[in-house]
Ligand binder design. Structure first.
Ligand code: ADP
Ligand code: MG
Length: 243
């Protein structure tokens, strides 16, 4: 006698909308002179997330950032790399052209009246209203980095990559820049990847902190603001082998 089988019907699963990440890396690999710096890196950066990347000096942070920025042609083909079209990069030095005034630096590569207005607006946003006609060498280190941020903003980037942007600034200026960067992020919501070697900077600014070690993402922490920062600090320092 055939057992009575009941066809179990289940409600169709709610159509899961796959969240397409802003950046997707699969198996990204990069070597220099036979030495592997990035070893099959897998990484997803969700749209709008503020992520920090920590790692020892020489661990490959800048190499990874350059790859995502599309600045490293050698890395292409080593794996899979997806990144948005509009990417802005900020480095430790402002890279302002000394022979162009601040506003002209901000506007470099853009054109039209509308761009000029946006440039002024961006300078005001970073606290440099009135400094449009200054020369880069008239700016302090912090002001130059503000101008660099303004230059990245006018491009309305989907992804902002920053490679130790505050590394050369004094401690107080750095704190003011943290506040500014976080404000800009909250207002414009680009996806951010901030490379830093400063554990506290990473925890204060980012919603997620990654540690690059031995060519891979060795630690991946989501920062819950309810959890005391000291706990993250300890875990990150341990991962970095500092404790
Ligand atoms: P980090 O930014 O974490 O300090 P980098 O990504 O700059 O580290 O460098 C990682 C390693 O790759 C280092 O050992 C560095 O010397 C090497 N490297 C980076 N760029 C090049 C290059 N263009 N040529 C040769 N070696 C490089
Ligand atoms: Mg670096």
């Amino acid at each position: 006698m055939a057992p009575h089988t009941q066809q179990l019907t289940t409600a169709p699963a709610a159509a899961a909308v796959p969240a397409v990440p802003a950046v997707q890396l699969r198996g990204l690999t990069r070597s220099f002179n036979g030495r592997t710096v990035l070893d099959h890196v897998d990484l997803d950066l969700p749209v709008g997330q503020f992520t920090a990347l920590l790692g020892h000096s020489g661990s490959g942070k800048s190499t990874l950032l350059r790859a995502i920025a599309g600045l490293d042609h050698e890395v292409v083909g080593s794996g899979q790399l997806t990144a948005p079209e509009r990417v802005s990069v900020v480095f430790q030095d402002s890279r302002l052209l000394p022979w162009r005034r601040v506003l002209d630096n901000v506007l470099l590569g853009t054109d039209g009246k509308e761009a000029a207005a946006k440039g002024r607006e961006a300078l005001a946003e970073v606290g440099l209203a009135g400094r449009e006609r200054a020369w880069p060498n008239e700016l302090s280190g912090g002001e130059a980095q503000r101008a660099a941020l303004a230059r990245s903003l006018v491009r309305e980037p989907e992804l902002l990559l920053a490679d130790e942007p505050f590394g050369a600034l004094d401690a107080l200026t750095r704190i003011r820049m943290h506040v500014l960067l976080r404000e800009l992020w909250e207002r414009h919501r680009p996806s951010v990847l901030l490379v830093t070697h400063d554990v506290d900077e990473a925890i204060v600014l980012a919603d997620r902190v990654l540690v690059l070690e031995e060519g891979r993402i060795g630690l991946d922490l989501v920062i819950d603001p309810e959890v005391p920062r000291a706990e993250y600090r300890e875990r990150l320092l341990a991962a970095l082998g500092v404790t």
